[in-house]
Write a protein that binds this ligand. Structure first.
Ligand SMILES: *[C@@H]1O[C@H](CO)[C@@H](O)[C@H](O)[C@H]1NC(C)=O
Ligand SMILES: *[C@@H]1O[C@H](CO)[C@@H](O)[C@H](O)[C@H]1NC(C)=O
Length: 247
């Protein structure tokens, strides 16, 4: 009320200079200016509140969520370097990964010069190149690595990641260690589309049973594939079309 009175007083006390002869027009104009002034003041107050509110609110809510995560992990330290970087690895049935390596002969095509079993060793890096085998360019840090082994290499690296967690609620992302490309390699040539798609459906059905899936409907899940995207994006269900339907 007091504020409003000050505004009216200000407006009445300082009318516009006598530029217009028409009195009613002058009053209209000063009313208009008065409204503008009041509106700007209210806007300023509003913005100021908004500004201070956001400055005050940010650290406290951040602090709160930090605390919540710490109590979940069971840590009291406030400097958890893994915060926001935790990863949960799904414990997939062996048919989705390890079995493919154990039965590596099924990955080898008849036209392959080298058995895929050679490349499985050294966590997917393949056999070490001995310096006697090649020119002096190669020293003992080089391997004969097959291009389709990225899935194996990445899975092995992921197992050694320092911010792993067994509590998927704390995890920022969920890794699905499925060897999609190696699995598909078995059926890419000469098999009907239902054979090529079957492992993908099998995986999805397995994942959908897990509580981790229901949290974000899989949007926080990731997997690594060593094959190009086109191999997983078949255009139609005609047998002659390339790849499977995993997308
Ligand atoms: C998760 O649980 C398994 C078995 O219960 C254990 O071997 C592993 O070390 C645990 N991992 C972490 C990151 O706590
Ligand atoms: C696809 O091939 C498999 C064996 O290779 C066979 O058992 C299956 O019936 C075939 N499916 C269709 C839809 O033709």
């Amino acid at each position: 009320m007091k504020f409003h009175a000050v505004i009216s007083e200000f407006c009445v006390a300082k009318p516009l200079k006598n530029k217009w002869r028409n009195q009613s027009r002058r009053i209209n104009c000063s009313k208009y200016l008065c409204f503008l002034l009041m509106f700007s003041i209210v806007l300023l107050i509003f913005l100021r509140h908004l500004f201070f509110f956001s400055i005050d609110a940010r650290p406290s809510s951040h602090h709160h969520s930090k605390k919540k995560i710490h109590s979940l992990v069971g840590e009291s330290s406030s400097q958890d370097s893994c915060l926001g970087r935790y990863i949960y690895i799904h414990d997939l049935p062996m048919r989705f990964n390890q079995d493919l390596l154990t039965n590596c002969q099924v990955l080898t095509r008849s036209i392959d010069k080298t058995s895929m079993c050679e490349y499985v060793q050294n966590s997917g890096f393949g056999p070490r190149i001995l310096s006697s085998e090649a020119s002096g360019l190669w020293n003992s840090n080089w391997f004969w690595t097959n291009q389709f082994m990225l899935e194996v290499i990445f899975h092995d690296r992921m197992k050694k990641y320092k911010c792993l967690t067994n509590d998927s609620l704390v995890a920022s992302a969920i890794f699905v260690p499925y060897y999609a490309g190696l699995d598909l390699r078995r059926y890419l040539w000469g098999f009907n589309t239902s054979m090529r798609d079957s492992s993908g459906f099998d995986l999805i059905n397995w994942l959908k049973q897990k509580p981790q899936w229901k949290t974000m409907w899989g949007k926080d899940h990731f997997l690594v594939s060593s094959r190009i995207a086109r191999d997983f994006r078949r255009k139609s269900d005609r047998k002659s079309d390339w790849g499977n339907n995993m997308k």
